[in-house]
Design a protein around this ligand. Structure first.
Ligand code: R5P
Length: 279
């Protein structure tokens, strides 16, 4: 078995290979002057391959498609740590594309298995008709990186993140709660006022994705008014579009921690171990 590191997941893919004692199959990546990508494996293979590539942009998605094509003779396990487009997992309005389904269809017949981390909705697994689909959480690994203290309180900024708050609170042995969010547009969210028992406590706000940072910033502003001692933000997928990091700090966060499902400077927690355990 060999590991192929997609362009977006070279660090994580390499870590997985090292940890499993597997060879990395080298790939030559190029981008032509017009922006089109080119992929060439050092050698074709019919072996089992673990292909690691997040879909954190359209370009990463095209890179994944090209790798799947180059590896068409191999038996592929596709590790897609961040499965972009998963938030459009159904038709919310007439005429809309179901983006997660569209992406899944193009991968499905090319691979044996798909492994994702904290995918926005595990229901997208149903869009894979032939490939096995498995999603695992990063929050057990994340808890190993958060120092357990006496006065901690875990908060989910919306109902969707409640399961992550619960997992983390069990590991940290502290209380947890959630806020109620209403999304007005892709850039605008409102969070209902809610009194939580966070005065003097270290609050850990958790979510699967931070994109514009609107959800986090709103949640932090609300919590800040309730006098916590410190606010820590922990997220699996650090999309951090535009000025999201700056805006979250400006809202009052003291620290931001994220995993390497998307490789950013802030990705201090690796999802290598849970992936290796699953593989
Ligand atoms: C959606 O429900 C997700 O769990 C995140 O809360 C959302 O994607 C965050 O988006 P943003 O950072 O743009 O508010």
């Amino acid at each position: 078995m060999k590991v192929v590191c997609g362009r977006a997941s070279q660090n994580l893919g390499s870590k997985i290979a090292k940890k499993m004692g597997l060879e990395i199959l080298p790939v030559d990546y190029k981008t032509f002057p017009d922006g089109e990508q080119y992929v060439k494996l050092e050698e074709e293979t019919e072996e089992d391959v673990v292909l690691v590539q997040s879909i954190d942009s359209d370009s990463s998605y095209v890179n994944l498609l090209l790798l799947l094509d180059a590896l068409h003779n191999a038996r592929i396990t596709a590790v897609i740590p961040y499965f972009g487009y998963a938030r459009q997992d159904k038709k919310f309005e007439e005429g809309e594309a179901v983006s997660a389904r569209a992406i899944a269809r193009t991968i499905d017949k090319e691979v044996e298995e798909v492994l994702t981390i904290d995918v926005h909705d595990e229901g997208i697994g149903d869009y894979f008709e032939t490939a096995d689909f498995k999603n695992i959480t990063a929050f057990k690994e994340i808890s190993n990186h958060i120092e357990q203290k006496n006065n901690q309180f875990v908060v989910a900024p919306d109902h969707g993140a409640l399961k992550y708050a619960e997992t983390l609170s069990i590991q940290l042995d502290c209380e947890y709660d959630f806020l109620v969010k209403e999304r007005k547009s892709e850039n605008d969210v409102e969070i209902e006022k809610k009194d939580l028992d966070v005065e003097g406590k270290e609050v850990v706000v958790v979510d699967d994705i931070v994109s514009t940072g609107g959800t986090m910033s709103n949640a932090i502003e609300l919590l800040k008014k309730q006098d916590p001692s410190r606010i820590k933000v922990v997220v699996t997928h650090p999309v951090f579009a535009n000025n999201a990091i700056q805006n979250i700090y400006l809202a009052g966060a003291d620290e931001i921690m994220a995993t390497d499902t998307i490789e950013r400077s802030i990705s201090s927690i690796s999802v290598c171990n849970p992936i290796v355990e699953e593989l």
